[in-house]
Design a protein around this ligand. Sequence first.
Ligand SMILES: [Zn+2]
Length: 142
Amino acid sequence: MKFAKAFGWFPVPVFRSVPAGGFKGYTRILTLMVIPLAWIKLHPDYWDDEHLLEHELQHVEDYFRHPWFYWLRYKTPEGRLHYEARAYARQYASYGEKNFVRFNQFVDLICERYGLNFDRSFVFFILEKEVEKYISMMPNSK
Ligand SMILES: [Zn+2]
């Protein structure tokens, strides 16, 4: 077990275990009474994948911002697309370089792994919008 930092400081437990559904990483959320809890599972093969961890931390942070809203919205296809695009955009941006192949891999993953039924071109567009946000937030962006 190790800790990752949500919002740059909040400790989130990360467990080395094989997530269900063939995922490399997984964020579990739970609202205990009114207390939002979250922890991350990383597949042993991706234990040191800091980019995947950034993806999961985005889910944790989005959840902590609006726990009930996140929980309800993630159940809808539109919500899943929204949150996954945010998470994949952060993962993509964490590499700090443009990579069209990687970008397209992430579009494919969003299309294939989350029970969504959107046009690929639409998913491409949504991820592009989220990536633009992240790149422009980087201190060295033009
Ligand atoms: Zn995700």
